[in-house]
Design a protein around this ligand. Structure first.
Ligand code: FAD
Length: 439
């Protein structure tokens, strides 16, 4: 038994890690609600935790199975990491069509949480590019699921939070790219209204866009808008454009667990000010390798340790675009007034592609993602207050990053829960499912 945590490092009870074989037969014959599939544990909250029970890890399923350069279709085992896919196929002119902000995520974990990236407005979510998957269930069935076969289970498994069975392998369509570099542009903005104007003007011409927003006083709502496109083959390393080089992912690390959090009002305010001015000073056009562009946080391994042994909460919401400016300002004001500003505050618009999964979080609107050091009831009160704002606006909170939302908030965020429950595997449950789905 070990006390494996999620990325947010909130304290949890012990749980047993079991390595899955290629047929994931370990799932078969498990008792009711006793086991949970596990990828690389990069989820912030409790969706990848099963305190007191077992975790079925895909770590041993790390092989590529086939790749067709004519179609871009890649079949790989569940535990292959997104970083491995990028490193292997970028030199061959193919990359993931959608990637989250870290490459240390497994293929099946990306499907189960139906992750999104900086290009939701142009490419949707990860699940939009999955063409088929193989699912093992505790009744010993091994099912091929796709648009054509077992479609209902396919749609429930994309964004299904690991609760429908164990994915052993999947096929995704990679996108052709002309180089591993991106042409990017950083533009400072003064407030949410300017952010929305920049989003509107960028969405048709830029494949990627994301913003960092200041959540601490002074000047909360101010931020940096970052947009980009894949660079063409004409790009050369000796280009006169400012070049942002490729860092070796994870060269820096936070070397040990801290008993206390380095994240407090003073450090958050200082970071937010410094981040703004450093980026405003180098605003303009750059050429960036995909590593620092897509995965800036991966440059420091174990950065989650800065929050100390009480861990932190990630809070991601999405609110409708209409009226969204006022709602976001209200949230930013509430955060500033609480004195619990967030280091990493990411603001982005989401496009109107229909959701890939029955329980996908992504939907049209504006999404704000924040990290808060865990200060116990003080932090929980702030997050409840943010829920109230999101609820009143008709928005949703992302369960794949959450560790504390109420059932009321969850049920208001998702209209397909009853339908989804039909596809759950009875042997599987998580800390999240017990909290929000009752089992
Ligand atoms: C720095 C950082 C940046 C991030 N940026 C983003 C972002 O931009 N967008 C975004 O959407 N998310 C983002 N995330 C969250 C992360 O991408 C997701 O939580 C992702 O799903 C984690 O994958 P994992 O392999 O670590 O899976 P885990 O965290 O281990 O598990 C995630 C879920 O997948 C299920 N699962 C795992 N393996 C299987 C399997 N074989 N079969 C069935 N279910 C399985 C688990 O049960 C669990 O429900 C970020 C996380 C970090 C730490």
């Amino acid at each position: 038994m070990s006390n494996l945590q999620s990325w947010g490092r909130l304290p949890v009870q012990k749980q047993q890690l079991v390595l899955a074989g290629s047929a994931a037969e370990e799932l078969v014959g498990q008792g009711k609600a006793s086991i949970l599939p596990r990828g690389l544990g990069r989820s912030y909250g409790d969706v990848c935790l099963n305190p007191g029970g077992k975790l079925l890890s895909s770590a041993a399923l790390d092989n590529f199975i086939s790749f067709d350069p004519q179609t871009g279709l890649l079949t790989a085992q569940a535990g292959v990491s997104l970083g491995e896919i990028q490193r292997t196929f970028a030199p061959q002119g193919f990359m993931l069509p959608v990637t989250p902000g870290t490459q240390f995520v497994s293929l099946a974990g990306a499907i189960a949480n139906d992750v999104h990236g900086k290009n939701h407005h142009s490419m949707g979510t990860f699940g939009d590019h999955v063409t088929s998957l193989t699912l093992v269930r505790s009744d010993s069935s091994m099912l091929e699921c796709s648009q054509e076969t077992n479609f209902d289970l396919f749609r429930a498994t994309i964004g299904g939070l690991g609760l429908t069975g164990f994915i052993t392998q999947a096929t995704i369509r990679l996108q052709p790219v002309q180089s591993p570099w991106l042409e990017t542009e950083n533009i400072p903005f003064k407030n949410v209204a300017e952010f929305l104007m920049l989003s509107d003007e960028s969405e048709s011409d830029f494949k990627y866009s994301v913003s960092w927003v200041n959540c601490a006083s002074p000047a909360n709502g101010r931020g940096i808008f970052m947009r980009g496109n894949h660079a063409g083959p004409q790009f050369k390393k000796n280009s006169t454009t400012i070049l942002r080089s490729e860092p070796g992912a994870g060269k820096l690390t936070v070397p040990f667990d801290l008993a206390f959090s380095l994240v407090n009002k003073a450090s958050v305010t200082a970071f937010n000010l410094g981040y703004y001015y450093a980026n405003a000073a180098t605003a303009g056009k750059h050429v960036s390798h995909y590593q620092p562009y897509f995965y800036p946080l991966d440059a420091v391994t174990k950065w989650n340790r800065i929050y100390g042994n009480k861990g932190f909460y990630q809070y991601q919401s999405v609110v409708p675009r209409t009226g969204g400016e006022d709602v976001l300002q209200e949230m930013l004001d509430k955060i500033r007034a609480s004195g619990q500003g967030s280091f990493l505050s990411v603001l982005k618009t989401m496009g109107d592609l229909p959701p890939a999964g029955l329980m996908s979080f992504s939907r049209p609107g504006i999404t704000l993602a924040l990290d808060f050091a865990n200060h116990g009831s003080k932090t929980l009160r702030l997050l409840d207050a943010l829920d109230e704002i999101v609820l009143a606006a008709g928005g949703a909170v992302n369960p794949s990053k959450d560790a504390r939302m109420s059932r009321e908030m969850f049920e208001a965020s998702f209209s397909n829960i009853a339908e989804f429950n039909k596809y759950r595997d009875p042997a599987i449950s998580s800390a999240m499912s017990r909290r929000l789905l009752g089992s």
